[in-house]
Design a protein around this ligand. Structure first.
Ligand code: ZN
Length: 175
């Protein structure tokens, strides 16, 4: 006999899923379909809240669509932008292109993420809003696998690869 709760997505499960994310016009923003399914730890805030909520209780093999409002996605547009700043505000050696993310260090304040919108000669157009802020997110999802998280994954709050044994490549201190 297998406990029923091992078969569906609940807090503490690592879920592998395929997704395609489209904007309201139907254009594909992002998709996992070219590679392996994406793992996340359910209940740990690894994915946007609206998608995580829609995942809850799903079983392997389920396919569904969900439209996530900005408040349950990347938030509303509420920060300054787009605005032009001089190219020399960036390190001369840093490559700069639309879509890249940088951290700004305002005088006396906490670091703030910003995104490059466009590069125009000696000016760079930046936006402090996430590129998907204010955008309703249309997800098409297929649940590929569900397993229990390892103790280490629970501690870190994220999955270590498809089977829980990898993932020491995600750039933080595991000490
Ligand atoms: Zn980790």
């Amino acid at each position: 006999m297998t406990p029923v709760d091992s078969l569906v997505i609940t807090t503490g499960k690592v879920v592998l899923f395929h997704y395609t994310l489209r904007d309201p016009a139907g254009d594909v923003i992002d998709t996992s379909s070219e590679g392996p399914p994406m793992p996340y730890l359910h209940g740990a805030g690894n994915i946007v809240p609206g998608l995580e909520n829609a995942m809850s209780g799903r079983a392997v093999g389920e396919q569904f669509e969900v439209i996530v409002a900005p408040e349950d996605g990347y938030g509303p547009r509420e920060l300054p932008g787009p605005q032009s700043i001089p190219r020399n505000a960036f390190p001369a050696s840093a490559p700069i292109a639309a879509g890249m993310q940088f951290m700004a260090q305002p005088p006396g304040g906490p670091p703030m993420p910003l995104w490059i919108v466009a590069v125009q000669d000696d000016e760079v157009v930046v936006d402090f809003n996430h590129p998907l802020a204010g955008v309703p997110l249309h997800f098409t999802v297929e649940v590929i696998d569900i397993r229990d998280a390892t103790d280490e994954e629970q501690m870190h709050g994220h999955p270590h690869g498809a089977d829980g044994t990898g993932g020491h490549d995600h750039g933080h201190d595991h000490g």
